[in-house]
Write a protein that binds this ligand. Sequence first.
Ligand SMILES: NC(=O)c1ccc[n+]([C@@H]2O[C@H](COP(=O)([O-])OP(=O)(O)OC[C@H]3O[C@@H](n4cnc5c(N)ncnc54)[C@H](OP(=O)(O)O)[C@@H]3O)[C@@H](O)[C@H]2O)c1
Length: 165
Amino acid sequence: MTDVRPNVTMIAAVGRNGVIGDGLTMPWHLSEDLRFFKRTTMGHPMVMGRRTFDSMGVLPGRRSIVVTRSPEWSHDGVEVAHSLEQALDRVAGEGEVFVVGGGELYRLAMPYAARLLVTEVDQSPEGSVTFPDIDRDVFTETFREAHDGFAWVTYERSSGRPGTS
Ligand SMILES: NC(=O)c1ccc[n+]([C@@H]2O[C@H](COP(=O)([O-])OP(=O)(O)OC[C@H]3O[C@@H](n4cnc5c(N)ncnc54)[C@H](OP(=O)(O)O)[C@@H]3O)[C@@H](O)[C@H]2O)c1
């Protein structure tokens, strides 16, 4: 199954202190970045943790796979998986899948990620949920675009096959 899994891209907005949220919501409202998120993910499947789904709800135009340990959990408009691997197998045959958070899912998905799209936010908010460390021996910065209050940064895996590290 592994060979037909799509490329995994993680997309996240991250504060200077690594914070991405407080467990319920995002610590900022960046309209331009939300538009970037929408146009980047549109038409592609998205994988998310159940807590992120609770904070975002169903996003139209994108197949959503919600990862939960609960055998009972379900919601109209989304698919359910009980592990990240099961979520990736569900989207086998797709070209690219976006892992859209939150902290627990980013940590699970880091070994599978081929690309990271990180919005570096010029803020250090309070919050208990963080983005995992980016190993610079594994990921290389390939693109950076500065904006007022944030920067869009792309990292690409430069060593190790995703899913084998
Ligand atoms: N800044 C950003 O770009 C960004 C993006 C997304 C989210 N966020 C923020 O991140 C926060 C949420 O992140 P989080 O880390 O608390 O939660 P999360 O990663 O969204 O979801 C965690 C949930 O995923 C399920 N899960 C985790 N590991 C699993 C496993 N191995 N197998 C099966 N299911 C598993 C569990 O669901 P069950 O409890 O149902 O079993 C767990 O409670 C919010 O504040 C949100 O706003 C920020």
